[in-house]
Design a protein around this ligand. Structure first.
Ligand code: HEM
Length: 485
């Protein structure tokens, strides 16, 4: 989110190492979240949820844990031509060793060996000349049908290109497989692209999950819900997308699925391949702002095809989120006390009575939260308490499986808004499997059932324990320098 001066300084300082490929957009790829100032909290951040989290400080990405355990366990597949796949190497070692021999995908994606050699050549060539000089190696004839060049067996070979893309984005966007800032932003981007669709307006509104937010970024990044908020992730994805031969719409939704897979507790999202290229920019004012009423949000979402229950399910995404722009004096304020895990804590904490603000009080789109350091969106507050959605909201409290299942189903619909699903190929097998999350939901320190703003009249609030170690939540990202514009 923060287009920091430090970021650009790092780009120029690390020119020999960075994967710069001779284009302005590529500067975004050099961003590194684990910069100086990252701190590792001494408390247990174990991925099984056995310890509290959300205390990631400093200039690192949101949710970064300086913990390679999640990265090393990601089932990254080597993209060498070996026929056996290693399940255990660290993400970085796989990526580093596999690139030189990475073959071009069967769909004609440009091999990342091209970008590697260009990077080592320090930017002498433009992207166009570099790519045009890259011969596309054919798939080795020794591989049986249904086998990608990396040895992975797939139901449809069209999915093979995704393994290359997965490795690129895990390395260049997600710090080797973290549920950090760019992972969160990639999920948000998938929403902002897809929701620009309207049954009432018709095709003039936009093509839904068509990638127009990248293809027409010069237009859509000026829209109120996007400007200065998601331009960094848009430009970073745009630069990587340029190296692969899938549409922007496919790329955005696939990147979101990979991003979510890095967050413990998330479901494995469905992914379908084959969206055609966007033909026009979407209209403005189709992305709901946080100061809208429940009526306005549910109406907008219904116009895009979603029921009130599905809206609640989609808002599980805020369990891994934080806000920089709702209160600019408190950037990186998380929505719950566990922003690095896709858990049900959001559904507990949004229902607690608000008592405090992470920075200045009552910014537009913000209401009081129950925990020091936490920000609460007015929109989440409203949806949690509206009679049409309150019982669905409460039903996710401490019900991880239900939340996962409903989020998966709602995301599957979001990812194909405006698309002809008969033309798409199911490539879910190219989406990594997230780690499980086992910790029970809890009340933060000093809080109990007495602090719940009970909003579902037909069901009692689930019985939860209080975790007295959770007294506050720290920002998960702090801007290191002023915004670029
Ligand atoms: C429906 C009403 C929604 C509203 C009003 C809304 C509003 C917002 C706002 C204001 C922020 C904070 C932006 C900032 O200050 O940095 C945010 C963050 C976020 N939103 Fe939503 N959102 C909605 C739905 C969704 C949906 C459906 C998804 C995904 C499927 C989503 C994913 C996210 C994520 C992951 C973040 C965190 C981004 C980060 O940490 O960088 N949101 N949202």
């Amino acid at each position: 989110m923060f287009k920091s001066l430090l970021f650009f300084t790092l780009v120029s300082l690390s020119a020999t190492n960075a994967l710069t490929i001779g284009h302005n957009d590529d500067a975004y790829l050099s961003r590194r979240h684990n910069g100086p100032g990252d701190e590792v909290d001494s408390r247990d951040f174990s991925a099984d949820g056995s310890g509290p989290e959300g205390f990631q400080h400093g200039h690192g990405g949101r949710g970064n844990r300086n913990d390679t355990s999640s990265a090393s366990s990601i089932p990254l597949r080597s993209v060498t031509t070996t026929s056996t796949e290693s399940n255990t190497p660290s993400a970085s070692s796989v990526i580093a060793t596999s690139k030189p021999s990475k073959p071009t995908s069967s769909k004609g994606g440009k091999s990342s060996s091209a970008s590697t050699s260009s990077a080592s050549g320090k930017g002498g060539k433009s992207r166009t000349s570099r790519l045009s000089s890259t011969a596309a190696p054919a798939k080795p004839t020794s591989l049986p049908p249904g086998t990608c060049t990396n040895g992975v067996a797939v139901k449809n070979e069209a999915c093979c290109v995704l393994f290359d893309i997965r490795d690129e984005i895990q390395e260049k966007l997600f710090d080797g497989g973290e549920c950090g800032e760019f992972a969160h932003e990639s999920l948000r981007l998938a929403f902002h692209d897809a929701i620009s669709f309207s049954h009432s307006i018709g095709s003039a509104a936009g093509g839904g999950a068509d990638g127009s937010i990248i293809a027409f970024s010069d237009i859509e990044l000026n829209y109120i819900a996007n400007t200065d908020q998601i331009d960094e992730i848009v430009m970073a994805q745009k630069a990587i997308h340029a190296n692969f031969n899938i549409s922007e719409g496919d790329f955005i939704q696939y990147a979101a699925a990979v991003a979510v897979s890095n967050c413990p507790g998330a479901p494995q999202l469905e992914f379908k391949l084959g969206r055609p290229a966007a033909t026009a920019a979407a209209q403005d004012n189709l992305i709901p702002p946080p100061f809208d009423s429940a009526d306005a949000i549910l109406e907008r979402m219904a116009d895009a095809g979603f029921s009130p229950e599905e809206v609640v399910a989609l808002l599980a995404s805020h369990s891994i989120g934080a806000a920089d722009f709702v209160d600019p004096t408190a950037p990186g304020s998380p929505f719950d006390s566990t922003p690095g895990s896709f858990d049900t804590q959001l559904f507990v904490e949004v229902l607690l009575n608000g008592t405090t603000f992470p920075g200045t009080a009552n910014n537009s789109g913000e209401v009081a939260s129950p925990l020091k350091g936490e920000i609460r969106l007015q929109s989440d507050f409203e949806i949690a308490r509206d009679s049409r959605t309150a019982c669905t909201w409460q039903s996710y409290v401490n019900n991880q499986q239900r939340m996962m299942d409903d989020f998966r189903a709602a995301m599957a619909r979001l990812a194909v808004i405006g698309q002809n699903t008969d033309d798409l190929i199911d490539c879910t097998e190219a989406v990594p499997m997230p780690k499980a999350f086992k910790k029970a939901a809890f009340f933060p320190a000093g809080l109990s059932i007495k602090d719940v703003d009970q909003s579902c009249s037909s069901q009692p609030f689930p019985s939860l324990k209080t975790d007295n170690s959770v007294k506050s939540v720290a920002p998960v990202n702090v801007p290191s320098a002023p915004s670029r514009r």
